[in-house]
Write a protein that binds this ligand. Structure first.
Ligand SMILES: Cc1cc2nc3c(=O)[nH]c(=O)nc-3n(C[C@H](O)[C@H](O)[C@H](O)COP(=O)(O)OP(=O)(O)OC[C@H]3O[C@@H](n4cnc5c(N)ncnc54)[C@H](O)[C@@H]3O)c2cc1C
Length: 453
């Protein structure tokens, strides 16, 4: 069986690894000259640094399982982390019940209501599935009250989904709130050396098991038929028995032929992109890993200081600040030039943090990604694509199937596992269809029977 895997992010690498370990003849095609996808990195002075901040959680079972198989669990550094809020340029820690009681952005009654609502969502409401049909904007008003919604939740939803925020189902918010904090203290992990180390190990294992990885090889079309699929690769058709696509869904829909496209449910889903300004500084900025910036006139929606988890002494004693802006890939913000993005970021930090000094910034980078966060519509459970495109040999492990889980390495690994399991199920059912019925059982003593087998 020849299987193609499209995309060299964590989903594609996991799928190729699993298949190669099972003895499948697998080839992975990656459009760019680097693996890692959204978990990619760049070289800085001998260090490999994440382009987009990445950490893992102690609840990331699929990722932790994979790291165990790759003998990388010993390399995880765990750190206790905290978050803060900046509301209208004022700073608040936001981690404990005491923080909430002192949270000056809300009046005392709303603080108590927020605490009770949070307890209800994380402790009492065990099943969020019925919220799939309900818009988060309505549900959050019901649970937290309008004032809290407008002060906190709406800006957070805008930060992630912009003007498409009203589409998001409450189920996604419920799931996100229940994802973090396996215990009561927030903990985040980082594999020493970053995602690059995980990718290196996967590549090693794939190649050791006979799999092939082809970089700088975009797949430009995919046509499926009763026996397999044909890909256009470097202007030539290549035939495979099975194909797993891990491409962002809209990319996949662009390269699928008409017949295949008709079989893919919900073949258009919007994506938010992201622009990250990454600043490397000599000094620590904040005591928080993540600071949400809401209701401010600042040119970013949040600040992630990953060097609360990544050890500064492992990256040349620098501190890493990521200032993020989720936005549509066709927006002016997304297209705004790098120099202006950096200038806005530095000016904004100067206004927020009196101790921040521009001359502590040693390097600045801007990274953009167009397809990051699928914008889920209400009722998506019924529309979410299955791992197998019905009646085809094409399988999907794309971020558009993550719902209601958040898009993350953990989720992509699960999606890759689901797609590989669907291939196995299909192969098993096809081989059982070929089992010779008992009444035509072959007499093992006759050679003609052996030939028939
Ligand atoms: C700012 C930011 C912060 C994040 N923080 C975290 C975090 O802290 N923890 C966490 O776990 N996750 C985090 N994530 C999410 C995580 O990075 C993604 O969910 C995950 O990497 C998606 O992996 P994937 O393999 O499914 O898709 P992708 O990484 O998107 O991989 C798809 C691959 O397909 C390739 N491709 C596209 N078109 C073609 C083609 N035609 N032919 C061949 N190849 C093609 C692309 O080049 C890409 O390499 C973050 C993401 C962002 C952007």
């Amino acid at each position: 069986m020849r299987t193609a895997v499209l995309g060299g992010g964590i989903a594609g690498l996991t799928a190729a690894y699993r298949l190669a370990k099972r003895g499948v003849d697998v080839t992975l095609f990656e459009a760019t000259d680097k693996l890692g996808g959204l978990g990619g990195w760049f070289d800085y002075d001998g260090h490999r640094l994440d382009k987009w901040y990445h950490v893992l959680l102690d609840s990331d079972d699929h990722l932790l399982g994979l790291l165990g198989e790759l003998n990388l669990r010993e390399r995880i550094d765990w750190s206790e982390t905290t978050m803060g809020f900046i509301v209208g340029n004022k700073h608040y820690p936001f981690n404990t019940a005491v923080d909430l009681l002192k949270f000056g952005a809300l009046n005392p009654i709303d603080r108590v209501r927020t605490g009770m609502a949070a307890l209800y969502i994380t402790k009492l409401l065990k099943n969020g599935k019925p919220l799939d049909e309900e818009p988060a904007c309505k549900w959050l008003v019901r649970v937290f009250g309008r004032r809290v919604y407008e002060a906190i939740w709406e800006p957070l939803l805008i930060a992630k989904f912009g003007d498409m925020r009203d589409r998001i189902p409450a189920y996604w918010v419920w799931n996100t709130l229940n994802r973090e904090k396996n215990g009561s203290q927030e903990v985040k992990g980082y594999v020493r050396g970053g995602n690059a180390v995980i990718v290196d190990r996967l590549v090693e294992e794939i190649e050791k098991a006979g799999g092939r990885i082809r970089l700088s090889t975009p797949v430009t079309s995919i046509a499926s038929d009763a026996d397999g699929a044909t890909l256009d690769v470097a202007d030539a058709p290549v035939r495979f028995d099975n194909v797993i696509s891990t491409l962002p869904f809209s990319r996949m829909c662009k390269i699928a032929d008409k017949a295949l496209l008709e079989k893919i449910p919900q073949s258009s889903i919007d994506y938010q992109g992201v622009v990250n300004v990454m600043l490397m500084t000599r000094n620590r900025l904040s005591k928080h890993y993540w600071t949400a910036v809401v209701r401010s006139d600042l040119p970013f929606q949040g600040i992630v200081e990953t060097t609360h988890v990544v050890r500064p002494d492992s990256i040349g004693n620098r501190h890493l600040l990521y200032l993020m802006n989720y936005c549509r890939p066709d927006s002016d913000l997304y297209k705004r030039g790098d120099a202006l993005q950096v200038q806005d970021a530095i000016e904004g930090l100067g206004r927020l943090y009196p101790d921040f000094r521009e001359d502590s910034v040693t390097d600045a980078y801007v990274f953009r990604a167009p397809y990051v966060e699928p914008v889920w519509p209400c009722g998506y459970l019924a529309q979410r694509p299955a791992p197998r495109v019905a009646d085809t040999h094409v399988f999907l492990a794309t971020t558009a199937q993550a719902y209601p889980m958040v898009t993350s390495w953990n989720t992509s690994i699960k999606l890759a596992d689901d797609a590989v399991a669907a291939i196995t199920t299909m192969d098993a059912s096809q081989s059982s269809q070929h089992v010779v019925p008992a009444d035509r059982a072959i007499d093992p003593t006759t050679t003609s029977g052996a030939t028939a087998l």
